[in-house]
Design a protein around this ligand. Structure first.
Ligand SMILES: [Zn+2]
Length: 364
């Protein structure tokens, strides 16, 4: 059985970004999720509303932060929570303003440890790697709600949620997305790595479990790679645009460290690649995941592979998502699967693309 989870608080986050030398409303917008919800509401699929409402439930926020802290530095999480108010109190910003970085961390040869700047204005750059991850008044609420969907979805699959345990697929309509966040820096519209949080949630009941992550967003999931690069019990497979954002990661020779050598598989594809070329990479990645034999599977699902996406450029059309999901499900059937929403920016096609993906999954 497949369930789809969303939280109304994830619609609250609406910020700005610097793109092509212009400051614009971020392409990662609430309208993306609204388009998917509209399509799902007039479909046969069950949509469950999860309301995190953290101030009323200390136990849930404590548990969520404990799992998040396994892969994210506590000072970074504190920064996400507090920086908007800090800027507001310091008069750096108005209530309708956005925290954006100015100066980023850069490599030095001093050998000194990196320290967060004392100046709160400068701190935004210490905890980010680009200018697409602004923070506005309600961002933290949405970030936590999004992360919570990943955790709740995992609980349902793991049988922790006091529900009849016939759920084998949970689709978490996360927003903001997660795969670019490395646990200490926001970037690429991502603030908490939802996939990493799902792994921590799963491991709370299955400490020795093996987890497979298939990342089919157009962009390389640099954050997910970074977090699990030395973890031999997580196999990360990513198919993404070669030499595209986030630019400094995603090469095929990034294969994992130490014991984890071979558990990081990057499958870069040239911009403009056809669905046939894409399916070849997917087939290879699926086979690696089958060989790894994970206990739990996470799919980082981005629809920015769509042919007319402003941020991605493969020749993939709506009907192709059905093939992508069917073959994935067919190859990895029987493994509890959490699907996490990542990118995708052609708003009027997102609903159709999600329905196509779900149709393929159910027939796989
Ligand atoms: Zn993307």
């Amino acid at each position: 059985m497949l369930v789809i989870l969303w939280d109304p608080d994830t619609l609250l986050h609406q910020t700005v970004e610097l793109l092509g030398s212009k400051l614009i409303p971020a392409l990662e917008s609430p309208e993306r999720l609204e388009a998917i919800l509209k399509a799902l509401r007039s479909s046969k699929y069950e949509l469950r509303t999860i309301e995190f409402a953290s101030p009323q439930d200390d136990r849930r926020i404590t548990r969520l932060l404990e799992f998040t802290s396994a892969t994210h530095s506590p000072d970074y999480l504190q920064h996400l929570r507090d920086i908007f108010q800090t800027w507001l109190d310091a008069g750096l910003i108005k209530q309708d303003g956005h925290v954006l970085p100015e100066c980023f961390v850069y490599p030095t040869t001093t050998g000194k440890p990196l320290r967060p700047p004392k100046d709160p204005f400068a701190r935004a750059g210490y905890y980010a790697f680009d200018m697409s991850s602004g923070i506005m008044s309600d961002s933290y609420k949405a970030i936590v709600a999004s992360a919570n969907l990943a955790s709740e979805g995992t609980d349902m699959l793991a049988g922790f949620a006091n529900l009849p345990n016939d759920i084998d697929t949970a689709v978490a309509l996360c927003r903001p997305p997660g795969h670019h966040c490395d646990g200490q820096r926001a970037g690429g519209y991502c603030y908490i790595n939802n996939a990493a949080l799902a792994v921590s949630t799963w491991r709370s009941g299955h400490p020795e479990a093996k987890v497979g992550i298939l990342d089919i967003d157009f962009h390389h999931g640099n954050g997910t790679q970074e977090i699990f690069y030395a973890d031999p019990r997580v196999l990360y497979v990513s198919i993404h645009g070669e030499d595209e954002f986030p630019y400094y990661t995603g090469a095929a020779d990034e294969t994992g460290n130490g014991d984890a050598e071979g558990t990081n598989i990057n499958l870069p594809l040239k911009v403009g690649s056809s669905i046939e070329e894409y399916l070849e990479k997917l087939d290879y990645g699926q086979q690696k995941l089958v060989d790894f034999n994970p206990d739990f599977l996470i799919i980082s699902l981005g629809f920015d592979t769509f042919h007319s996406d402003p941020l991605g450029h493969f020749q993939i059309h709506t009907e192709d998502y059905e093939i992508i999901s069917r073959t994935t499900r067919h190859a990895l059937k029987g493994i509890p699967t959490l699907v996490l929403l990542e990118g995708g920016y052609v708003i009027d096609q997102l609903g159709a693309n999600m329905l196509s993906f779900l149709k393929g999954w159910n027939s796989g």
